[in-house]
Design a protein around this ligand. Structure first.
Ligand SMILES: [Zn+2]
Length: 190
């Protein structure tokens, strides 16, 4: 394993990763994160993989993890996919570095991102990691109260529709409105 990644190999949760790398700011800078981790990311067009959103595997020759992201997906989707693959890396691959079970890596079809509980526990865990990485709870609370404060009327009510609130928050964190809505609901902000 490359020295740089080895330094973070003990990390198991997204908030620890963000504070160790100093990237605890919205929107989370994933480009900088993968640069720090020394993980390889490619967005090459691959006709055989067009049914997939992303993939992570360990490249022995290069001694690091290699992530592929579907270049046809939108930017927010790509950010979620990349974070999901990092979830596989920190939750499933690095803890069991010598294990042959994940030697094939993980290939993710869009269905893996379903949040309705039909996905396997491994996929649910990677999704949870992704949500915590892209939308850290303390940053969500901070920006939510800031946004609400900006739109508070003299009568104390917030002059912002629920939909606009979600859209604005999604923009701040560079995630889809759907992902933000779920996160806000899980954190009981809405
Ligand atoms: Zn997955």
């Amino acid at each position: 394993m490359r020295e740089t990644l080895k330094q973070y190999a003990h990390v198991r949760n997204a908030s620890e990763l963000l504070s160790l790398t100093g990237l605890d700011m919205a929107p989370i800078n994933l480009t900088e994160l993968v640069r720090i981790l020394d993980v390889e990311v490619s967005y090459d067009f691959d006709f055989d993989r067009m049914g997939y959103s992303g993939r992570i595997s360990w490249t022995k020759a290069r001694d690091t993890a290699e992530i592929w992201i579907n270049p046809m997906d939108g930017e927010n989707r790509q950010r979620f996919t990349l974070s999901h693959e990092l979830g596989h890396l920190f939750r499933h691959m690095l803890p069991d570095y010598e294990d042959a079970e994940w030697a094939e890596g993980f290939s993710d079809k869009p269905i893996q991102f379903n949040r309705d509980g039909t996905a396997s526990s491994v996929e649910t865990e990677a999704n949870k990691f992704a949500a915590q990485l892209l939308m850290p709870s303390h940053l969500i609370r901070h920006h939510a109260s800031e946004l609400a404060g900006e739109h508070r009327n003299s009568n104390g009510k917030i002059g912002l529709s629920r939909e606009t609130f979600i859209t604005r928050m999604a923009g701040t964190f560079a995630v889809s409105s759907k992902a933000m809505e779920i996160r806000l609901r899980n954190l009981r902000v809405i």
